[in-house]
Design a protein around this ligand. Sequence first.
Ligand code: UT7
Length: 338
Amino acid sequence: MSPTQRTGLRSAAATGHARALGIGAYRPSRIVPNAEIVDAIDSSDEWIQQRSGIRSRRWAEPHETVQMMSVAAAREAIAHAGIAAGQIDAVVVATVSHMLQTPAVAPAVAHELGLERPVAFDISAACAGFCHGVGIGNDMIRGGSARYVLVVGVERLSDITDPTDRGTAFIFADGAGAMILGPSDEPGIGPVVWGSDGEQFDLIRQREDWRDVLDAADPRMPHLVMQGSAVFRWASFEMAKVAREALDRAGITVDDLDLFVPHQANNRITDAMARAIKLPDRVRIARDIAEQGNTSAASVPLALHRMLADGEARSGDLALLIAFGAGLAYAAQVVRVP
Ligand code: UT7
């Protein structure tokens, strides 16, 4: 007698496949060109453009909160998907800049969208968070624990970035991207390839633990700090392997790809990955970093959204998504563009 027969336990019925149905974005209204930040970090527009590809970024105004930006991006994604908001039964928000330790922002986003009792939770996987969310949402739909999943990547990194830190002040930025995932007759999302390297935990981190901050004589915001060149070397070398594995596991090669949408960390990392995986010239590469900076969990959906808006991407295209950051955490998958 099998254990199942003894207990009568049932598992959720697997439901087949999932795909991306819609995408949305929110870009804060305030555009901050390099010229506005260079004096505080003894830098130059030329240096920043050469070393990172960033020309300007957007920083949120006070009313452009993590919740507000998430809801705005989600509304566009819902409209694009052509579903009713009420059909969403799970909300997954990837962020590191929701400033409450608890509760998560996801239930508040779901409530503002008018959803009734959806599962709603945040994930903390830094810049890799959105691709983690797509991996989780895909598995929820395939495993039968949700039918329509809203995945949001959102950040207000300007709140936790030191404007005088040469290593981060010109990089980090704000915004939100959202994607609706739903059931499909055929696979629309390839297997996620994900992992972490906790040995490199300190390479990108909040400077101190909140308790140490509050115990200090002059409490100050524990900003993000980053050992940029070490992260750069790791990402340029290790992420190409992850990208290749995501293609292999999806059963395709670079020749089948239409789009390459990496985390917008640095155009030089993007170029190194593209070279390492021998990306054909005809594959369009996301370069949203130029106008958006590094928006961590929001960067991949924002970049894909811009490609669609600019006509560089079309519905039905095959896109390789890959993201990496603090943890160090990473995730990648192939997605058919909604
Ligand atoms: O999103 C999560 C994942 N994050 C990433 O993937 C970020 C990865 N890292 C990077 O993108 C790059 O490391 C940065 C763009 C952050 C920095 O570029 P880099 O080429 O690695 O610069 P570096 O830190 O090696 O510094 C090179 C030179 C140094 O001068 P010397 O020693 O060569 O004379 C620095 O002092 O550039 C100088 N430098 C600057 N100069 C002007 C460092 N920061 C600045 C600055 N402006 N802001």
